[in-house]
Design a protein around this ligand. Sequence first.
Ligand code: LRH
Ligand code: MN
Ligand code: MN
Length: 387
Amino acid sequence: MTETDVRAALRAQRIEVPSWAYGNSGTRFKVFAQPGVPRNPEEKIADAAQVHAYTGVAPVVSLHIPWDRVDDFGKLASYAAERGVRIGTINANVFQDDDYRLGSVTNPDPRIRRKALGHLLECVDIMDATGSRDLKLWFSDGTNYPGQDDIRARQDRLAEALHATYQRLGADQRMLLEYKLFEPAFYLTDVPDWGTAYAHCLKLGERAQVVIDTGHHAPGTNIEFIVAFLLREGRLGAFDFNSRFYADDDLMVGAADPFQLFRIMHEIVRADALRVDSGVNFMLDQCHNIEPKIPAQIRSVMNVQEATAKALLVDTDALAAAQAAGDVLGANGVLMDAYNTDVRPLLAQVREEAGLDPDPMAAYARSGYAERIAAERVGGQQAGWGA
Ligand code: LRH
Ligand code: MN
Ligand code: MN
């Protein structure tokens, strides 16, 4: 790839941000309120628009329902457009209702299963109103004790709900199924891994795709293998990017393990899946419990850009030659050369060429936006957890 091609690919890259990153969040021990956090979905979108204004690559905001419920989603979409962004993925939420204690779509009680399915279908109505392509499904469903429920029956119930939801999708809409090893269920999770998600998606049809949330694996899992495999099968629909040290920490992507992020982006570039029309959606799914939220989102976007730039700089000819020759150290050296390149000057140049400040963090800090929202907004909304 020539340097011009690399710069063009970086300019064209798109990263979607989550509405919930801008609200107050925390752990089950404490939610620390921050000054100026959004009081409603409109203000979350306004904050997301700031991230796009300074990075130029984050024009899409993902919603979580009911956290972002409004009366008129068409109007919310117009509001987003006025701010220079658009509404992207709609995330369903069947994990915060007392009825879901024993599961949502896998619950042994058919009444509760119907209620959960009703919510999933309502999310597709919302997609119709916002013009969204993707419905993202993550189920907290699972059990805490061996014998608590029948593992196979729960898979049947899950398949039934997925099928009904898939049937409701419009021709241009997709269903993205997200897996997670554990939490909140501690013994069994009904969609615990990519294999389970992939098998359900295969049965549903081409517009059912797997989501990789980078924080949802056992420690030591080779995530780039999963990326490569799903890309090869045409079933990688999206990422929820974040980083983790222990479990589902939801820290800033690229903070815990920038090398892993580079390895993931290397597989993306290798499969030519960086293109906006590749079908792979690159989303952040993070919480900023102690750090200021808008700068943390800007930093996260920059971290993805840096990993991407390094992946684009891999000398693919030299890598292929070393691999073909069985040159173990040579091949590894090619990859490490790219990873160890300081790409910050290149990205600064890309931003300047796009008419942006080369330093988005400093530009945002200078803008006075943080001080303005702190003064204007009183009584900010919690992101969703424990609300
Ligand atoms: C589950 C998850 C999923 C939810 C989000 C808030 O852990 O990653 O994507 O929608 O967190
Ligand atoms: Mn997620
Ligand atoms: Mn998660």
